[in-house]
Design a protein. Sequence first.
Length: 679
Amino acid sequence: MVSENGAVNEDLVKERQNCSFNTLELTHLLDGGEAKTLERKEREEYFLSDPAFKDEVPMEYLSHQEQYEHSVRKACHMFRKLQEMPHGSMDNFREPPVESVAQRIKQLLGGMLGSAILKDGNPLALHYVMFLPTLAGQGTVEQQAYWISRAWNLEIVGTYAQTELGHGTFIRGLETTATYDPSTQEFVLNSPTLTAYKWWPGGLGHTANYAVVVAQLYTQGKCHGIHPFIVQLRDEETHMPMPGIIIGEIGAKLGMNTTNNGYLGFKQVRIPRENMLMKNNKVLEDGTYVKSPSDKLTYGTMMFVRVVICQDMASYLSKAVTIATRYSAVRHQSEMKPGAPEPQVLDYRTQQYKLLPSIASVFAMKFSANWIWEMYNVVNSELDQGDLERLPELHAVSCCLKALCTSDAASAVEIVRLACGGHGYMKSSNLPSTYGLVTAACTYEGENTVLLLQTARYLMKTWQQARSGQTLTPSVAYLNLYSDWRQPRTVWENTTDCVIKAFYQVAAGKVKAAAEHMERRAKGGMTPEDAWNETSIELVAASTAHCRAFIVEKFIETVSKTDVSRPLQAVLCQMAELYAVYWLLNNKGDFLMFSNLSPADVDGLQLWLEQLLTKLRPNAVGIVDSFDIHDDILASPLGAWDGRVYERLFEESQKSPLNKEPVNKSFHEYMKPFLRSNL
Ligand SMILES: CCCCCCCC/C=C\CCCC(=O)SCCNC(=O)CCNC(=O)[C@H](O)C(C)(C)COP(=O)(O)OP(=O)(O)OC[C@H]1O[C@@H](n2cnc3c(N)ncnc32)[C@H](O)[C@@H]1OP(=O)(O)O
Ligand SMILES: Cc1cc2nc3c(=O)[nH]c(=O)nc-3n(C[C@H](O)[C@H](O)[C@H](O)COP(=O)(O)OP(=O)(O)OC[C@H]3O[C@@H](n4cnc5c(N)ncnc54)[C@H](O)[C@@H]3O)c2cc1C
């Protein structure tokens, strides 16, 4: 079934002919309307048609240093083009406020355009993703006016230096100190130990010349906890490290090798008092400390990034499933029936089970990412008005959503990579590096287990409120409804209403079980902290169940409210059902324990899942086509639109530097003498 002369692969042609809905309609829905699709395509054309972004030699064949140098060149060119972008599509891009344009930055830096231009990470990403948002979120109006305009115009390049060699999660335990000296009105930054060295910040190694540094603030002999400071790291002209700054790159990693993650030590480095970001807490000239209404406002940038990561994961996963689904339509293997032609691997039920729930996950992530982005904006404007009431809820939802979106994306990318057999193991397939980018997000911006435990903390509190009969906010209101799983069981039905209810019953059951087990341990004499630690496996499970219920509900709700044609509505409903039934069956023990599901209902659910796979199979290629991902963004011989998988794989092999000469010199130097010696 190999096409000739560059024609589209015949299998893909048939798949596209058999698609039951209008793929353009779904593209527009996902982009947010036809105009947005056009804008996106214009933007893609503007960047991707530029020869300066083409790699003569694939990045994987370059040295670590060359990879970095190419990435800096491309990143600078990308942001130059951004500044020069023709009027119309990006006209307010040059203007702060930063967060209002964060969505556009996401499109550039994130899993779509960004990863097409800079395949293994962007050395300038932290400047946009964390340095600028921290200036905007933590700086006073005067600080914003000075620093944001310098950063926005790329007169300076910044990063966000929080994590240290000794501490990433426990930020109250950071060791870097910033001690106020009222005689000179300066802060003195110091790294008292090796473990106090900053470790990990993106772009810190050799790219940034400034950083927001998070350090323990000392003034008038007292420590006031961690605060953000702007520190100059390198000379603006020569780029040499400033006096007292010890700086470099941390070394090669599983992925993200061009983000230039760095280390940073301070030897009594002095900065002006005005360099402490003082929107929330302040230090006056005489050293008096003025506290803000909540210390947690200092954590605002982390919250912002956790929210945007969800969207980013949807982008990476949509690429991976597009590659694997198109490949599975083109790939033929084995015999389903004796003597019959080799079927497309997409026709194997097990292959459908790998691909279709992963495709459904893209929608689930997109819809919940949109929801949390809106909530973030609303709560953030409330915070600006001094109303902190919904901050804990936003923190709880953003923590668990970040954790589930990243861990689901990492598992699904690996599942679909394996679904491509040997070819998925090739770097050129782009699946290994996509995995590297996605799995990193399980750790950065809050390690996932730790974040799930943050949500659990909130759930334990709301559980106590539910028990005392208080009304709860919408995201946890189910705890009032389903607090007793021993209530009489009703009949199970294979309907979305019954399924949503069951997900919430499971979440409530797990929250209750964790709370009771913790209480029992405390009553038995354990300290609350020990009881928490002993119960933490169940606490993580409760948080996960809470978040899964929420994602399932948002998916089903969004699909049912979406105004689209009937054929598309049918496909979206099937996707939402598949997502729900897949996760239900994967955790059936929980559902048997806490919901109306009984063992006799499980066969029916399995059948429902299989029926959904059958219904969705003919539309698999159509759905991933609707993601409308440019071939240069997919960057994979397995996933290109035309399906010329084998020709492209062969072309890619020719780029190996080893194939430049028929005999490698190692033959003469080592092999030949060795072989001769054996004669
Ligand atoms: C452009 C699009 C592409 C995006 C892709 C980005 C690519 C860029 C690549 C990489 C960037 C990565 C950058 C980083 O990793 S920066 C470093 C991030 N570090 C972390 O996230 C550290 C994680 N640790 C923490 O957040 C915290 O330490 C903690 C685990 C939450 C614990 O904090 P702490 O010990 O102070 O708090 P307590 O546990 O005692 O809790 C105290 C109460 O505060 C509440 N809390 C905690 N955090 C927050 C918050 N952010 N907002 C609001 N409230 C918060 C907590 O719930 C407690 O409340 P309670 O009422 O129970 O007392
Ligand atoms: C690719 C990448 C980019 C990064 N970029 C930046 C950056 O730009 N700026 C920056 O400041 N940082 C950055 N980081 C650091 C990142 O934020 C931290 O790695 C992350 O917060 C986790 O901290 P840790 O590495 O110290 O892990 P640890 O906290 O040491 O985690 C190790 C293990 O301990 C467990 N653990 C820790 N605490 C608890 C607890 N309370 N309860 C239960 N279990 C616990 C964790 O679950 C985990 O299993 C980056 C990291 C990566 C991987």
